[in-house]
Design a binder for this molecule. Structure first.
Ligand code: ZN
Ligand code: ZN
Length: 660
């Protein structure tokens, strides 16, 4: 350090002209320790009384994020100037200390220091940054009212606040101001405006601002894409993205990430994977934000190979320790049926936050590993991490999947008593499932009646499913009536009720439900399954014969069903909705998409390798039996994920214990 050498070796005392530069150097180094030493020297030597020295110290402490020191130096200033006042004001605003910021601002006006554009901008930008959006907007309006002219910086700082408040009226006012002041050529202003309109859901205005731009830059493109995506206009976002790419614009990692996020959040998983590949071909390096946006897409369609290669990428690029990347990997492996790999990822994480804990617990819960979930919860309690409501959703759902009735009820109480978390509707749904599966259907029903707020479709759905398992017709009808009211267009409820009727042989009632469905203009939600074979994801629809290998699939299925009959297993025909002859029922069962996908996997993968299928509906009892048989007969491990949980078939058994 030059400073220390100056003092010690040459015995030269730095004066008021030198000290500010030394303090500035400390700011650059971000070294609080050395800065404080210099400050100490200033106090003992008396140079501290100089206003330039004081001002430099205020800036230094603000840069180090030490508001309290900055404030102390400021208070000792005999002659504060507009620069240090502005710095302090914006420091407070950035920290979200509205009152203090206002106080210093008021004080400076009182002592006759006129706030300048920097002061105002510091306030607006600071409040926006700390999430005090209303205050940012108020300051902006106050500024205009007092006759100050906001510039491009002010406008691009206030617009995000306006967007986050969703205040269309103020947004339009600011737009008018931009127009009047001719700020429309400022690219930062324009992209902030696009972003604001997107956040206010005014997509037409948003696109108009974009189309009127003279020359488009990456910032405004990104604002447009994320604005379209935010409003669910996935196709428009994709189209805009393609159009912008064809204009040879250098799109950056933010652009790619937002379009990937858009696809994976709106069910376009395969598109998300394709765009990720294109991104790498273009030489744009994904970052720690891109990966958590992409991984859910891999998990959704069980694209394990893609997921693994992303994992490899994270390892190579050193972002594996990021908690969000790590949690996304845990989710992905769990969703792809590889709960052990998910556990390894979790175990190797150097830092964990609540998202990581919830990811691993949610993963085990989905796989029905209740003991693991309970164990991890105990670990969590021992660590410093406090559980949140998501933690308890996993805990309760694990208990309900595994029939841990008593523990489940205990945790439901613990959540409220020990952690002060009010049960949400999803917790009630778990509790109803828990009781219902244990055969305590009446208790489940009275829990619903005692709920402090209106039960939603999930809660009634949980009751209806339990009624199916226990063949309780009376309460099934109660639950179904509520469900038809709450979600008249969900075919799943009609199917469940008709399954219960069919089980009891009440074919007339089955017909009635079917007529009701027809009247509502509904068709059974087509069952759909996905399977990844050799890096390609195949989609199969129930009853759809269009797959190129369909002939082979049916042939193999025929074969398997012969073998199954030989071994004494008969297909469970009550799972078909229609009241038809048994032989025809069997034919319809053949068409279920999960079975088609499993057989396609058998035909196209080496003997003994495991298979993995995702289904968009709950697995049916027949397919469950057939796949159990296949796992033994063909000696394959088969993972099937339905909407509810994971089924891991091995040697003729399923991990769910036939309880789902
Ligand atoms: Zn089936
Ligand atoms: Zn199962």
């Amino acid at each position: 350090m030059l400073f220390s050498r100056m003092v010690i070796q040459y015995n030269v005392l730095p004066d008021t002209r030198v000290v500010p530069s030394i303090v500035k150097a400390c700011s650059g180094l971000n070294s609080l320790r050395i800065g404080k030493q210099v400050h100490g020297f200033c106090v003992t030597s008396g140079v501290c009384l100089d206003s330039f020295v004081q001002s430099s110290l205020v800036h230094f402490y603000l840069k180090c994020g030490r508001m309290e020191y900055a404030c102390k130096v400021f208070d000792e200033m005999s002659d504060p100037d507009v620069v240090s006042c502005s710095a302090l004001v914006s420091g407070y605003a950035r920290e979200g200390h509205v009152k203090e910021a206002r106080k210093v601002f008021g004080k400076m006006v009182d002592v006759g220091i006129e706030p300048n554009l920097v002061t105002w901008n510091g306030l607006v930008a600071g409040f926006n940054q700390s999430g005090c959006y209303m205050d940012a907007v108020n300051v902006f309006q106050e500024m205009c009212g007092r006759g100050f002219k906001p510039d491009g910086t002010t406008v691009s700082s206030v617009l995000p606040a306006v967007g986050n408040l969703g205040d269309v009226l103020v947004g339009v006012q600011v737009h008018g101001y931009v127009y009047k002041r001719g700020l429309g050529s400022d690219k930062c202003v324009v992209s902030a405006m696009i972003d604001m309109y997107g956040k206010c859901s005014l997509t037409v205005e948003m696109s108009k601002v974009f189309d009127e731009m003279q020359d488009v830059d990456v910032g405004s493109c990104n604002a447009l894409i994320s604005g379209l995506a935010r409003n669910g206009l996935t196709d428009d976002a994709l189209e805009a993205f393609k159009r912008l790419r064809s204009q040879e614009l250098e799109l950056n990692v933010v652009s790619w990430t937002s379009i990937i996020a858009c696809c994976s959040q709106h069910g376009k998983d395969i598109e998300a994977l394709e765009i990720f590949r294109e991104m790498q071909v273009c030489g744009v390096k994904p970052n720690a934000v891109t990966i958590p946006c992409l991984l859910p897409a891999c998990g959704n369609v069980a694209a394990l190979m893609h997921g693994k290669s992303v994992h490899g990428f994270c390892l190579r690029s050193g972002i594996l320790n990021n908690v969000y990347v790590g949690s996304a990997l845990i989710d992905m492996y769990a969703n792809c049926g590889r709960i052990r790999l998910a556990q390894i990822c979790f175990d190797r994480m150097p830092f964990r936050n609540i998202v990581c804990w919830n990811a691993i617990m949610g993963g085990h819960a989905m796989h029905g590993n209740a003991n693991e979930v309970l164990e991890i919860f105990h670990l969590m309690e021992k660590s410093d991490q406090k559980p949140d409501f998501i933690t308890f959703t996993s805990l309760l759902s694990a208990c309900s999947h595994s029939g841990f009735t008593e523990q489940g009820e205990r945790y439901f109480k613990k959540m409220q008593n020990d952690y002060g978390i009010k049960p949400r509707v999803e917790h009630y749904a778990c509790l109803v499932t828990l009781l219902g599966r244990a055969g305590k259907i009446k208790e489940a029903y009275s829990t619903i009646e005692k709920m402090p707020y209106e039960p939603d479709a999930c809660v009634w759905g949980a009751l209806l499913s339990s009624c199916r398992v226990h063949n309780n017709l009376e309460l099934a009808q109660v639950a179904a009536d509520k469900l038809f009211e709450l979600e008249p267009n969900n075919p799943g409820n009609y199917v469940l009720l008709s399954n219960i009727y069919a089980n009891k042989g009440l074919w007339k009632e089955v017909d009635k439900v079917r007529d009701l469905m027809k009247k509502m203009g509904m068709r059974k939600n087509p069952g759909c399954s996905w399977i990844e074979i050799k890096n390609k994801v195949h989609m199969l629809l129930a009853g759809d014969r269009s797959h190129p290998q369909m002939f082979k699939i049916l042939e193999k299925m025929e074969n398997l069903s012969m073998e199954m009959k030989k071994s004494g297993c008969l297909p469970v025909t009550s799972f078909v909705l229609q009241d038809v002859e048994d032989q025809e029922k069997e034919h319809i069962l053949c068409g279920h998409s999960e079975k088609l996908a499993v057989v396609l996997g058998l035909l196209n993968t080496p003997h003994g390798s495991s298979l993995q299928v995702i289904k968009n509906l709950r697995i049916c009892g027949d397919c469950h039996d057939v796949i159990k048989f296949i796992s033994r007969f063909e000696q394959r491990e088969i993972y099937v994920r339905d909407t509810n949980r994971f089924h891991h078939f091995k040697d003729g058994f399923c991990s769910c214990g036939d309880y789902w």
